[in-house]
Design a protein around this ligand. Structure first.
Ligand code: GDP
Ligand code: IMO
Ligand code: MG
Length: 424
């Protein structure tokens, strides 16, 4: 069997959680392959809303195994809180939420370092979620990190102390930021018991065996391809590979095992945190998108920056991820617009281009827009793609033609059932 992938094609928050939750029923295993509690994946069904940070979005489907892969960085305190909420919602997860032993742990001092580093950067800060993501991946690649499997080892406490001391030394180069280390450490060590209560697995073997046994596996991405450490708007990115290549390293599967890649994009575009955003709107349309789309961060509550859909940007991330199927979310947010737009080209350095410049952070890019008539009605009664209003269909057909990948799904609301799926 092959492993299918769901990932974001923009700067995150494309609606990955909702789509994974919907599709999970068709799979045996849902596996997160990168990122950490910087992610906030929202699911809505049965009149309730759930936000997941570390736990894969297949957890509400009772038959599915959910796996936190080795590419993930895990904060046991945040994880414990997530599990308490699942418990309170009556979700049984104990035998079907598995942790990779090779996933790295976020220590309290990683969060402290994140805050200190951002304070040090001042105006040029990344706008990180302050969850300790950057410092934890730095320790991973610097070969200093602590892993989930280490909590089973006898030398764990010494390893922890050693790394903490290193962090305390490092913190001296930054301006002081307040942090209750003692309190945070106490909560951290207490939360390890919750971690230990779940099965640890060697997930590369686990997934290999599952695929050989004919099981269907869905890999769930966090963030979006424009936040990829290598190909995103560096340095305003996260610290992991969010593209499909991240599935291979973040779960331990070989490239030829990758099957469908479902790339998700909103029908417009958002970004939270600092960094370039060619189609950003600073006008009433931007405010309207934010309001209609409830564009406030699921993890930090920050208002998201809003703009039109950016087709050169999407062509780039479709290429990088090998997207085979597109899913367009939040099309309903455009319902009341008389006119909508999409960037089809950029103008920079005196030329038009549909390619991204080397450094979007340094080059002034003008997004060249194409305008479309809106449909100006709600989509609540639309249950099939063919029944979308004519102007919505024309807009989607144009996106499909420009991007060269079929649109397989269109999401018309936050709820699980508000999804149009192409038949066949
Ligand atoms: P993720 O990080 O990619 O999982 O996305 P988030 O959960 O951070 O942000 C997506 C937001 O849009 C959430 O509040 C979802 O409930 C909501 N959402 C998802 N799909 C749709 C949709 O089709 N229409 C509307 N209006 N909201 C949606
Ligand atoms: P989901 O999975 C949107 C952004 C932060 C910041 C940058 C680096 O919900 O789509 P980090 O904390 O990773 O060091 O922050 O990346 N960012 C996200 N933006 N959605 C996310 O996740 C994000 N995770 C990180 O705002 O600009
Ligand atoms: Mg999110």
């Amino acid at each position: 069997m092959q492993i299918d992938v769901i990932l974001g094609l923009q700067w995150g928050d494309e609606g990955k959680g909702k789509i994974v939750d919907y599709l999970a029923e068709q799979y045996d295993i849902v596996a997160r392959f990168q990122g950490g509690p910087n992610a906030g994946h929202t699911l809505k069904f049965g009149g309730n809303k759930y936000i997941l940070h570390t736990v894969p979005s297949g957890i509400f489907r009772p038959q599915q195994i959910n796996l936190v892969g080795n590419g993930v960085v895990l904060d046991p305190v945040i994880f414990q809180r997530e599990l308490e909420k699942l418990d309170a919602s009556g979700v049984q997860f104990h035998d079907r939420l598995l942790l990779s032993r090779k996933a790295h742990l976020i220590l309290p001092t990683h969060r402290w370092l994140d805050a200190a580093s951002e304070a040090h950067k001042g105006k040029s800060k990344i706008g990180s979620t302050l969850k300790g993501i950057g410092p934890t991946y730095m320790d991973k690649t610097g070969r200093n990190g602590l892993r989930v499997g280490d909590v089973e080892q006898s030398g764990f406490k010494e390893q922890y102390e050693h790394l903490k001391q290193k962090h305390l030394e490092l913190l001296k180069i930054y301006p002081p930021v307040p942090f209750d280390l003692e309190g945070e450490e106490k909560a951290w060590f207490a939360s390890l018991d919750t971690l230990r209560s779940l099965p640890f697995v060697d997930s590369e073997y686990y997934i290999d065996e599952a695929l050989r046994a004919g099981k269907r596996v869905l890999a769930e991405g966090a963030q979006g391809a424009m936040l990829d450490i290598d190909f995103g708007t560096y340095p305003f990115v996260t610290s992991s590979n969010t593209i499909t290549a991240g599935v291979c390293t973040g779960l331990g599967v070989a490239p030829q095992r990758i099957g469908r890649v479902i790339g998700i994009t909103k029908a417009y575009c958002t970004r939270v945190g600092s960094g370039p955003f060619p189609t950003e709107l600073h006008d009433a349309d931007g405010d309207k998108l934010r309001e209609a789309g409830h564009e406030f961060g699921s993890t930090t509550g920050r208002p998201r920056r809003c703009g039109w859909i950016d087709l050169p940007q999407l062509r780039y991330t479709i290429q990088l991820t090998g997207t085979t199927d597109l899913c367009i979310t939040k099309i309903d947010v455009l319902n009341s617009f008389k006119t909508i737009a999409a960037a089809t080209h950029y103008r920079y350095n005196g030329q038009e281009s549909s390619a991204l410049p080397y450094d979007l952070c340094q080059v002034e890019v003008e997004a060249l827009l194409k305008h479309y008539d809106g449909w100006e009605c709600d989509l609540d009664e639309v249950h099939r793609m063919e029944d979308l209003p004519e102007n919505a269909r024309a807009f989607l057909a144009d996106l499909e033609a420009y991007l060269g990948v079929p649109i397989h799904m269109v999401s018309t609301g936050p709820e699980r059932e508000k999804l149009l799926v192409k038949e066949g």
